[in-house]
Design a protein around this ligand. Sequence first.
Ligand code: ATP
Ligand code: MG
Length: 221
Amino acid sequence: MARRRPKQFRGTRARGLLIVLEGIDGAGTTTQGRRLVRRLRRRGWRAHFTCEPSRGPVGRYIRACLAQTPGPSSELLALLFAADRIDHYESEIAPLLEAGAVVVSDRYLLSSLAYQGVEGDARWVAQLNDRAPRADLTILVDVPAAVAARRRSGRGGHPDRYERGAFLDGVARRYRELARRRTAGAVAVVSGVGDQRAIATAIDRVIAPRLRGAPRRTAGG
Ligand SMILES: Nc1ncnc2c1ncn2[C@@H]1O[C@H](COP(=O)(O)OP(=O)(O)OP(=O)(O)O)[C@@H](O)[C@H]1O
Ligand SMILES: [Mg+2]
């Protein structure tokens, strides 16, 4: 399989910007990530939406694993998520950053630290992800587990391995703790409760200072 790989992704100064949206299942990260990319494009940035698990081979395997019951061990999943992240960065994110794009990723490093950290050995999970390049800004879309559960049930489909209320309540707490400790670089916390437009406005406010340094595709605004 021919996949595009940059010669070296560490040490090369990326020109673009990596913005990550994080939150428990049903927090609205996909909704807000897609909205953000549309707004950025309208305002003249070259913006790209991506997600984890990625669309690459490891990401596809992870999605299959998450749908299985009981599925693989937490250790195997932690390894797969870490491997998918490096693959995602090397094959998709880094070339876009080098071309000056704003990359919006629905989940990245903080997901491993929050989910696999709650499920297993948090220190080992942090070590596994030590080499993953840090995002320029991570935005935690913070909602109580009960709100996220209502949204998931509205969306339909079968709940996967992680979509259990008590587990996600622990993940939500872990996310807030990780944000306070800035474990994965800068994290801005935005309330995900309320209407989508208000949340989008709050996201615009936290990304504005970062966008000033990113090159625009067009001069229009
Ligand atoms: N602010 C909001 N208020 C009410 N409903 C919302 C809001 N944002 C998103 N939703 C709805 O909630 C559901 C879950 O949203 P979404 O799929 O974006 O969550 P998610 O965080 O990406 O979940 P997952 O992690 O499981 O992919 C969707 O049906 C979406 O339309
Ligand atoms: Mg989603």
